[in-house]
Ligand binder design. Structure first.
Ligand SMILES: [Zn+2]
Length: 81
């Protein structure tokens, strides 16, 4: 299933900080794994980048580790440059 928009749901408890489901274009963000609002925003941004990469079909050429590494480097790019 492919949507033009990503649905972002928030849950109190979960196994991870967040996850993206490309089958439904949905992000789940687990609140109890975050220490601040800015920490929460970073996770939302992380999951939305998964959505964007899937939208432009970039994930077809990457495995999961490569995708996570790309998003990690994107998150730190401003600090490094
Ligand atoms: Zn991720």
């Amino acid at each position: 299933m492919s949507h033009d928009k990503c649905l972002c749901d928030f849950k109190i408890v979960g196994e991870d900080r967040g996850c993206y489901y490309d089958q439904t274009d949905r992000c789940l963000i687990y609140l109890h794994h975050h220490e601040s609002l800015s920490d929460l925003y970073m996770t939302v941004q992380h999951e939305l980048i998964h959505f964007c990469l899937a939208k432009i079909d970039e994930t077809d050429d990457m495995d999961e580790v490569q995708e996570e590494s790309l998003i990690f480097h994107m998150a730190w790019a401003e600090e490094i440059l």
